[in-house]
Write a protein that binds this ligand. Structure first.
Ligand SMILES: *Cc1c(COP(=O)(O)O)cnc(C)c1O
Length: 273
């Protein structure tokens, strides 16, 4: 847990701490390890030999899974969205292949249906949903909540939302702290649906920092991430943590938080270099 300083925070009398889950491991970074842990343990305890999961060509989840399964001696299969791709399409896919992940590239419609190709043997195997979403991922986040609670009294926790596993896990296990999730995709309805299905009441979900796909908005995020790095010596990326910190600065600027508030921002990792 690391405090960051800024003239803005001082002016508004706000304390901001960063929970550095990005430092957990250079590859299985941030929330990806929190979410995978229970699955790996389950596989080990139940004689499961292979884990199958899904993701896009740049999926942090599949990347972490490829490394983790290799490290724990479990086979892995990555079902990747986009039949036009191959193992050489980007350095991450190449690296995943080098870690012995069995990669399969499928069409967008088959991906939508989460269709596992017939060529993939499925005996003794565990399936993990896209992005690692699932009950075991949510359970894994409880450990994180304990670490945060042991730190000091905090008023707010802010984190980015992808599938929402991290956010829902925090809503389930983190006591006495208001939890703000910053959406990175337009999937609020899906998160709310999962919250109902799993019986986990959600707190504040903020959809003001999703940004569009326009180049100009992407530039805003890219330069924000660069400035943030220069100022605080903490690397962030534009997809998740960039949006979260951008949102945090904006909310502080707009006096969303009362003076004296103590906020922790969860650095969920995602830096692959
Ligand atoms: C995957 C990822 C997220 C999203 O986490 P969810 O639990 O899917 O909401 C957030 N930040 C980073 C850096 C990620 O890689």
């Amino acid at each position: 847990m690391e405090e960051i300083h800024d003239a803005l925070f001082e002016e508004k009398q706000i304390s901001v701490f960063v929970k550095r889950d990005d430092l957990i491991h250079p590859i299985i970074s941030g929330n990806k390890w929190r979410k995978l842990r229970e699955y790996i343990q389950f596989a080990q305890l139940n004689g499961i030999k292979q884990i199958i999961s899904f993701g896009g060509a740049y999926s942090n989840h599949l990347y972490a899974l490829a490394f983790a399964t290799k490290a724990f001696g479990i086979k892995s299969v990555g079902i990747v969205r986009g039949e036009e791709l191959n193992t050489n399409s980007n350095p991450y896919l190449e690296q995943m292949k080098a870690w012995d992940m069995d990669l399969h590239f499928i069409s967008r419609s088959n991906y939508q249906a989460k269709q596992i190709p017939e060529a993939v043997p499925q005996a003794n195997s565990l399936n993990i949903a896209e992005g690692g979403f699932g009950n075991k991922a949510i359970v894994g986040i409880a450990e994180l909540s304990k670490e945060i609670e042991s730190f000091k009294s905090l008023d707010y926790l802010i984190c980015p939302i992808g599938t929402g596993a991290t956010y829902l896990g925090l809503c389930q296990s983190l006591q006495g702290v208001k939890i703000i999730g910053i959406l990175t995709l337009n999937n609020k309805a899906e998160i709310e649906g999962n919250s109902q299905e799993l019986g986990i009441p959600i707190q504040t979900i903020n959809d003001q920092y999703v940004f569009g796909k326009y180049a100009k908005q992407a530039n805003v995020l890219d330069s924000f991430c660069e400035q943030f790095h220069q100022k605080h010596q903490i690397k962030i990326e534009p997809i998740y943590t960039g949006r979260m910190f951008y949102g945090l600065y904006d909310l502080i600027t707009k006096d969303f938080f009362k003076p004296g508030s103590q906020i922790v921002a969860l650095h969920t990792g995602g830096i692959k270099d």
